[in-house]
Design a protein around this ligand. Structure first.
Ligand SMILES: *[C@@H]1O[C@H](CO)[C@@H](O)[C@H](O)[C@H]1NC(C)=O
Ligand SMILES: *[C@@H]1O[C@H](CO)[C@@H](O)[C@H](O)[C@H]1NC(C)=O
Ligand SMILES: *[C@@H]1O[C@H](CO)[C@@H](O)[C@H](O)[C@H]1NC(C)=O
Ligand SMILES: *[C@@H]1O[C@H](CO)[C@@H](O)[C@H](O)[C@H]1NC(C)=O
Ligand SMILES: *[C@@H]1O[C@H](CO)[C@@H](O)[C@H](O)[C@H]1NC(C)=O
Ligand SMILES: *[C@@H]1O[C@H](CO)[C@@H](O)[C@H](O)[C@H]1NC(C)=O
Ligand SMILES: *[C@@H]1O[C@H](CO)[C@@H](O)[C@H](O)[C@H]1NC(C)=O
Ligand SMILES: *[C@@H]1O[C@H](CO)[C@@H](O)[C@H](O)[C@H]1NC(C)=O
Length: 501
């Protein structure tokens, strides 16, 4: 009896979840956090170039530094700016403080510098001093200042949270806010609902793994798990901790009847280095986490509780920050070293997806593709590639350095990209895939993220110039397809439960 009741009470929010389909706007977006707690970072102007070079379109900063605002003028990069916790008191006390700040520190640079979000305070529940009560009054004053300037629709006001706002996160359906924080969370959620602002949360599977490695497997934290965790209340299947944590927040919102508030992930990532005990902080794991994260989010996969839902995320962080206190990992979250070289390769195509669709042609009209033959010599492949990009009229811009399909930087991948584009543009006939015998047709879709990633045996990559795809990356690809299979397999189960209901 009790069991049946539990099932029904768990199902009703599910029905509401599934019947709520928000309008599609621009799809999920991938941004990066630009923390500046370091004394060796490049100037903001240089950073603006780096960000554009890597096609990062969304950037979060933690203050409203004028040099940074100026540097991003006319770049098209959308900024999330912040009011630090130390400034919450004046912002909460007087409307005029918010008005003056907006007038003097923001409006002179807007809209040349695109600003779309203001975070008022960050993770206040983690603050050593109790400043939670200041957050909502400060948010309201900032919002009012924006409204006076007619910008309240263009610039959204919110504040960020750690997962510590939850008292329970497992199973996800039991997600609940910690009632100790209710005095400020409730009015804050009302503010967010009234103003269509997102609930901003920083999500760190890394910490969950580091601090509880007996209960959380590394694969589960890295989106690499081949097994599922079942939520006994809903029957939803979870293959990664990220989704489970997001859904715990969804269910916490449902429990308070806030059905329209969207979640935004304002920080997530994985450190590439750490203290001796932080064994999971490695470049490989960081690359795996962030690569899987982008692929998971970019095409609106959603979470088990909200399939197909858009989710905007910000990867923490742009640079390693040498002045951050704490364990070794704290100073090693960066995608880049201060000298602007990459800590590891990360395909950020999510942010530059538009450029790829216009240039590339990885689609297939009749289920066949043309790729580089694994038996072709490097010399022949190179000349066929040169031909395709030259006389063959293929637009090869996407496989140029720093462009969307440059990685993996291997001859077979680049040649396959060019061959397939030529083939599709020229009627997908056998002759359009000959390339002097170096092309071969396949009916197995070789594309990923609108690029072609080829992994051949060592016998084709003879030159030390051509680095083959690291084995971690190919396991990522297979991990993801396995994940998707499990995901689609999980869905009917929901319907089954609903059907019974
Ligand atoms: C923080 O301050 C608020 C009121 O300003 C109070 O209601 C709340 O209990 C305090 N929280 C803690 C953890 O002391
Ligand atoms: C809820 O928050 C209070 C105040 O920060 C904290 O002392 C308590 O441990 C939290 N409860 C849970 C279950 O996390
Ligand atoms: C692991 O899970 C068990 C049971 O769910 C719990 O009692 C224990 O505290 C957890 N350990 C850690 C380190 O979180
Ligand atoms: C996301 O991409 C994968 C791989 O390309 C595809 O199989 C899956 O159906 C996509 N999901 C959505 C919701 O578009
Ligand atoms: C891509 O290939 C399709 C199918 O052959 C073709 O119709 C289309 O024009 C091509 N697109 C581009 C941009 O070349
Ligand atoms: C489709 O594939 C078949 C078999 O490979 C090929 O003969 C045909 O020319 C292709 N192109 C079109 C447009 O049907
Ligand atoms: C090279 O790779 C091809 C295709 O994978 C394989 O058939 C061939 O035996 C390989 N040659 C050598 C020398 O390993
Ligand atoms: C890699 O190959 C290119 C031309 O294919 C050549 O110009 C370059 O010097 C090579 N680099 C190395 C490190 O061998």
């Amino acid at each position: 009896m009790a069991r049946g009741f539990e099932l029904i009470s768990a199902i009703s929010p599910l029905i509401l979840l599934l019947s709520y389909f928000p309008e599609l706007c621009r799809g999920s977006t991938i941004g990066v956090c630009y923390g500046r707690n370091a004394d060796d970072l490049p100037t903001p102007d240089k950073v603006a170039q780096l960000v554009q070079l890597h096609k990062i379109k969304y950037l979060r900063i933690y203050d409203s530094n004028i040099q940074v605002l100026k540097a991003f003028a006319n770049t098209g990069v959308e900024l999330m700016i912040g009011i630090p916790n130390l400034d919450l008191l004046p912002f909460s006390q007087f409307q005029s403080n918010a008005d003056t700040w907006l007038k003097n520190s923001i409006l002179p640079y807007y809209p040349a510098t695109k600003i779309t979000y203001i975070t008022v305070g960050a993770e206040v529940t983690e603050s050593p001093t109790n400043i939670s009560a200041l957050v909502v009054p400060a948010m309201q004053n900032v919002h009012t200042a924006l409204r006076k300037a007619g910008l309240q629709k263009k610039i959204k006001v919110s504040t960020t949270h750690s997962l510590g706002i939850l008292s329970r996160s497992f199973p996800p359906s039991a997600g609940a806010f910690n009632s100790s924080h209710a005095f400020f969370l409730k009015p804050m959620l009302e503010f967010l609902a009234d103003n269509q602002s997102p609930l901003m949360v920083d999500i760190y599977p890394y910490y969950a793994y580091r601090d509880s490695s007996t209960n959380v497997s590394l694969d589960y934290a890295l989106f690499e798990s081949s097994s599922e965790v079942i939520d006994p209340n809903t029957g939803l299947l979870y293959t990664n901790l990220f989704d489970a944590q997001i859904d715990a927040i969804y269910f916490a919102l449902m429990a308070l009847n806030f059905r329209t508030i969207k979640i935004m992930v304002t920080e997530t990532g994985w450190p590439s280095k750490g203290s001796a005990k932080e064994t999971a902080a490695t470049p490989d794991n960081a690359q795996t986490y962030n690569t899987n994260l982008i692929r998971h989010v970019i095409n609106d996969t959603g979470t088990p509780a909200k399939p197909g839902e858009e989710l905007d995320i910000y990867i923490f962080s742009l640079f390693n920050e040498n002045r951050k206190p704490g364990l070794g990992s704290e100073r090693n979250w960066g995608l880049f070293y201060p000298d602007q070289t990459s800590v590891y390769n990360l395909d950020m195509t999510g942010s530059g997806a538009v450029d790829i669709t216009t240039n590339a042609n990885i689609t297939s009209s009749n289920g066949t593709w043309c790729i580089a033959s694994s038996t072709a010599s490097e010399l022949d492949l190179q000349s066929a590639l040169d031909w395709a990009c030259g006389s063959g009229n293929v637009d090869c811009s996407a496989i140029q350095p720093s462009q969307a399909c440059y990685q993996p930087d291997t001859l077979p991948s680049h040649a396959s990209y060019a061959f397939n584009s030529y083939y599709q543009q020229n009627g997908a006939t056998d002759v359009a895939c000959s390339f002097g015998g170096t092309g071969v047709k396949t009916n197995k879709n070789p594309s990923y993220d609108k690029c072609l990633y080829m992994t051949f045996g060592s016998n084709t990559t003879t030159a030390n110039n051509v680095t083959s795809l690291p084995s971690t990356s190919s396991s990522i690809i297979y991990g993801i397809s396995a994940w998707i299979t499990q995901f689609t397999y999980g869905f009917p189960l929901i319907l089954l439960i609903l059907g019974i209901a």
